[in-house]
Design a protein around this ligand. Structure first.
Ligand code: C5P
Length: 293
């Protein structure tokens, strides 16, 4: 099996705008890839368009059939290219699910990438990106994972060149959250406090071109979904506080999941903190990473 090219992601900040007519929210986010990867192997042979997924152990909570994002990616690719192949996918999950780390989208993007390469690049890059966006809002990011300003509903990406490398400790509580549920609760609160909307969303879509000089954008570590995440999963707040107490320069929520990250001055510091927090409560996961530039 090869895990090359598969990443998870951290949203260093996430600014959420109003719900759009299509049900998605406009957002603005600084996203960086982290080298936390599922193990994924994709094979093709001539055939009538069958897709088979073999899941490794320990992924009972994951859909194994057509609902799995990796299978949907293969199905989308075959539909777009005329179904001349059968696809076999082997997937061993390493990246926690429901954590806001984008593991499922990363798998889907990798399946698209591999199938495109294995079949001789039948799809234009634009078509591949559209296909990725139809699978998940953050899926296009993983077709070319590098530090980026993410906007639209997540599919519009502006590379942030010379973005600094960061030492991160990432802690994942046992409880996991559904992205849709986090956004749903976020909307509920918006309705309740409609007149305060300007205060809740002070920082929306105007930052599309920030950070090109490599500097940290304003509100670099704010996540507008954090309050909802902390209410749905109080342990996330405790772990965020634990990261700050352990010396994190900054700490926050990534995406719309339960995982929290802390930024440290060195990888050794991040690694030490991750080691200390690992297994602090049953089912908790902690890892340290150095992000790429
Ligand atoms: O795009 P994805 O399938 O990952 O989104 C899952 C859910 O998260 C959507 O159905 C929607 O409820 C919510 N979402 C959103 N706005 C976004 C991205 C996701 O409301 N920009």
């Amino acid at each position: 099996m090869s895990g090359a090219g598969i990443f998870a992601k951290v949203n260093l900040c996430l600014h959420v705008g109003p719900r759009r007519p299509d049900g998605y929210h406009s957002l603005g986010s600084v996203v960086v890839p982290i080298p936390w990867a599922d193990v994924l192997d994709v094979r093709v042979k001539p055939g009538a368009g069958r897709v088979e997924l073999i899941l490794g152990p320990g992924v009972e909570s994951l859909p194994s059939g057509e609902a799995n994002l990796a299978v949907r990616a293969a199905r989308g690719f075959l539909d777009a290219t005329g179904r001349g192949h059968d696809v076999l996918i082997r997937l061993a999950k390493r990246v926690p699910v429901g954590a806001g780390l984008g593991g499922g989208s990363a798998d889907a993007a990798h399946v698209l990438h591999r199938l495109d390469a294995l079949c001789g690049h039948p799809l234009r890059p634009g078509v591949l990106r559209t296909l990725a966006a139809s699978l998940g809002s953050d899926c296009p990011f993983f077709l070319d994972p590098r530090p980026a300003w993410m906007s639209g509903r997540g599919e519009v990406l502006t590379p942030l060149v010379a973005f600094p490398s960061l030492a991160l400790a990432i802690v994942v509580p046992a409880a996991r959250l559904s992205t849709a549920e986090v956004f749903r609760v976020f909307d509920e609160r918006q309705v309740l406090t409609r007149e305060a909307e300007g205060d809740i969303h002070p920082c929306l879509l105007v930052r599309g071109d920030r950070g090109d000089g490599g500097e940290m954008p304003y509100r670099a570590f704010d996540n507008d979904l954090a309050q909802v995440v902390f209410d749905l999963c109080p342990r996330s707040r405790e772990l965020r506080d634990a990261l700050l107490k352990a010396g994190a320069v900054a700490a926050g929520v990534t995406g719309a999941g339960s995982a929290v990250f802390g930024v440290f001055r060195t990888f050794d510091a991040a690694n030490g903190v991750a080691r200390n927090l690992r297994g602090a409560a049953p089912g908790e996961i902690a890892e340290a990473f150095e992000t790429g530039t």
